[in-house]
Design a protein around this ligand. Structure first.
Ligand code: BV8
Ligand code: ZN
Length: 251
């Protein structure tokens, strides 16, 4: 680990408002593939080939098969000690009358399955949205019936359903963005966990928090685009580091 664990813990204990900004790395130890880097999803595909409106228009079956595969993998996964440490910390801080929140770029539901709520900036793998009437519904069918036979899931209105995910070139939900920027602008401590910080506007949360005076703590085995904004960088897997770093009581 790192020598400044006690410094980090002291900063966290003093914090009245803590935000966790997470990316695919927080789910890596649950066996959910990250996007970039070795073994990442994008190694086999190019993002614009699959996670974009044009890809869905061109070949909705291919895109649905990509998400169906990820839905099945995500259902087989379980929250890891990193998810549990964050969820327990958030509950403890709120019980003490302090503020703690999670803003995630992830579309899996592992934060929720560890008992926490989260702002999902890039949508949710287990929701579908109708391309006709716009209705959003929870949907955990995996495998998705019909895909093997070449038929696309449909809404009760007859419209084709799509994953309720923000694709490249699509706007994030302004309510989520507003919530996320509102949280980090008041944070005393911002944990940046398991993200390469290359995707915007989500990545903008880090410089925004820094300008607002937050102490930023990165938990990631590797250097990222956010590393130079961080007061502390913990070069370790989040499932190992977070149970240690978050084992604090409010001071
Ligand atoms: C938009 C859903 C307006 C799909 C995703 C500036 C401003 C605005 C837009 C842009 C801009 N510059 C460029 C853009 C365009 C684009 C963008 O940011 N492109 C990047 C690639 C340059 N942004 C957009 O298109 C956004 N839309 O801005 O709308 C607009 C409209 C039209 C025209 C212009 C602008 C929409 C972005 C959302 C895209 N959707 N996901 C899906 O999931 O299938 S993004 C995708 O990347 C995932 O959601 C993921 O969450 C996100 C970020 O990736 P990470 O989570 O960081 O994961 P990654 O694999 O990269 O890194 C993993 C990290 O974990 C690594 O650092 C690794 O070291 C670490 N790690 C590994 N193991 C562990 C670990 N850490 C801890 N513990 C471990 N054990
Ligand atoms: Zn519909």
């Amino acid at each position: 680990m790192v020598p400044d664990v006690s410094l980090i813990r002291a900063a966290v204990a003093r914090a009245h408002r803590v935000v966790f900004f997470t990316g695919a790395g927080v789910s890596a130890e649950s066996g959910v593939a990250t996007f970039r880097g070795a073994g990442g999803l994008w190694e086999a595909y190019r993002p614009e080939e699959l996670a974009s409106p044009s890809a869905f228009r061109a070949d909705p079956l291919l895109v649905w098969r990509f998400y169906d595969h990820r839905r099945q993998k995500a259902l087989q996964a379980h929250p890891n000690p990193g998810h549990h440490a964050i969820a327990a910390f958030v509950a403890r801080w709120r019980a003490a009358g302090r503020s703690a929140a999670i803003v995630t770029q992830n579309v899996d539901d592992l934060h929720e399955r560890a008992g926490a709520d989260a702002v999902h900036l890039h949508g949710r793998l287990f929701e579908v949205r109708c391309t006709g009437c716009g209705r959003v519904t929870a949907d955990r069918r995996a495998p998705m019936p019909g895909l093997d036979g070449g038929s696309l899931p449909e809404c009760v209105c007859g419209g084709v359903l799509r994953p309720n995910i923000v694709w490249f070139g699509e706007h994030l939900d302004p309510r989520d963005l507003e919530a996320a920027y509102g949280l980090v602008s008041k944070a005393d401590v911002l944990f940046v966990v398991g993200t390469s910080a290359v995707v915007w506007p989500a990545a903008g949360l880090v410089p925004h928090a820094r300008r607002a005076g937050a102490t930023i703590i990165e938990v990631n085995p590797e250097d990222t685009d956010a590393s130079d904004q961080c007061a502390f960088t913990v070069r370790a897997p989040s499932g190992q580091a977070l149970p240690v770093l978050l084992d604090v009581e409010p001071a």
